[in-house]
Design a protein around this ligand. Structure first.
Ligand SMILES: [Zn+2]
Length: 393
């Protein structure tokens, strides 16, 4: 019968090992895999290391490290667990695995860099478990969402599903601006609100619903009209804006302010049975003025209150806005930057159109003047930095 010492000798005979002073030179070229227990990892770890306790290795390593040719340096506290882990990974088909001699203790004693990782609580680990299982999100991505701040313009048809899903996904700070009160005619589509909230401020109703879904979320409310006098202060510090507004002057105001502050905007709009979604990433893609240089005449652009909107439609469009917001926050996949996604509910079709930056754009083009934030009239044209306001006819 083999003793533990025999097993260790057998493992060491099959694997490569590396001293910490050599491993530190590979911080940027190899993946560091930390196979200690979560309590050990939380007290200090090699920067950027992927935590995966030895006990979970066999069943989780392929999800966490899909590339079996990538160089991996495995470490534990003293170099024993990592030797067994390296042996197992070799059997699983990993071709370039090295165990670090002396483990994290020797690494630390030699003065190499380490950090105290931000970690999720046991409740958060449970709540976000389906995210943690996705290597593209994982603990680092979830932590990033918890540290993110998203501002929702409107707690109505689009803002409702967007806010619900952003809160559920664990976006740590949600700002909501809306100056309306809940009306029974909202409940056909605005699922943040309910019968008990009729007559209540929409932002207060939204906050109650969102904090009931996820206690990790801090909700900041702005029960004001978004205007030239307050927009720069309100959007300051947010990582991203989800625009669910329904009128042209506000959209142009949001566009110009977001360019100035360089905050991406996930835009959504709905009309009767149709919806549109795109992402305006300041100076990395087109802006709202590149897409719609000037608003259509008022008689061609009736509001939802005048034209009607099909139930469920804002749920689809607002949910896609939430999806795009999370992709932008995590840097995942291909966001709708430079693309407009159009949904037709009656045909049940999605179409995607390319949208380019307009070199003549008066807001983001190379010859655009300095952006001045001011109230917009029905023409919504940018304001010159100097000179009298455009004459009204
Ligand atoms: Zn533009």
């Amino acid at each position: 019968m083999a003793s533990p010492r025999d097993l260790l000798s057998a493992a060491k005979a099959e694997i490569q090992e590396i001293e910490p002073e050599a491993a530190v030179t590979r911080l940027n070229s190899a993946v560091f895999l930390d196979v200690r227990e979560p309590e050990e990892y939380e007290q200090g770890a090699i920067p950027g290391a992927i935590p995966l306790p030895r006990g979970n290795l066999e069943f989780q390593v392929e999800g966490r490290l899909p590339d079996k040719d990538a160089p991996v340096i495995v470490y534990c506290a003293g170099g024993v667990r990592s030797a067994f882990a390296a042996q197992t990974m070799g059997l699983l088909g990993y071709r370039d695995v090295t165990s670090m001699l002396g483990g994290f203790n020797r690494w630390k004693d030699q003065g190499h860099p380490w950090t105290t990782p931000q970690t999720l609580t046991p409740d958060q680990r449970n709540r976000y478990q389906r995210h943690l299982l996705l290597p593209e999100v994982g603990e680092a991505g979830q932590q990033k969402l918890l540290d993110s701040k998203v501002l929702l313009l409107g707690a109505g048809g689009l803002g409702s599903p967007a806010a619900l899903y952003l809160a559920a996904a664990g976006v740590g700070t949600l700002g909501i601006i809306d100056m309306d009160v809940v009306d029974a005619s909202n409940l056909q589509r605005q699922i943040l609100h309910n019968m008990d909230r009729i007559g209540e401020r929409k932002v207060d109703s939204a906050k109650k619903t969102l904090t009931a879904i996820n206690p990790d979320v801090t909700v900041a409310t702005y029960d004001v009209r978004l205007g030239a006098d307050n927009i720069l202060d309100i959007i300051d510090g947010y990582d991203l804006i989800v625009d669910g507004t329904d009128n042209f002057p506000t959209r142009y105001l949001v566009n110009d302010a977001s360019l100035l502050k360089r905050i991406p905007v996930v835009h959504g709009s709905i009309f009767r049975f149709e919806g549109q979604i795109t992402v305006f990433d300041p100076y990395n893609g087109p802006c709202y003025r590149c897409l719609i240089p000037e608003p259509p005449p008022a008689e061609l652009a009736p509001s939802c209150a005048e034209a009607g909107v099909f139930g469920v439609l804002p749920g689809i469009v607002g949910s896609i806005q939430a999806l795009e917001a999370i992709k932008m926050l995590l840097g995942l996949g291909d966001p709708l930057v430079g693309r407009l996604l159009a949904f037709d509910a009656l045909e049940e079709t999605f179409r995607s159109f390319n949208v380019r930056r307009d070199p003549q754009c008066p807001a983001c083009g190379p010859d655009a003047g300095e952006i001045v934030i001011a109230e917009y009239d029905e023409l919504c044209m940018p304001h010159p930095k100097e000179g009298p306001p455009p004459a009204r006819t």
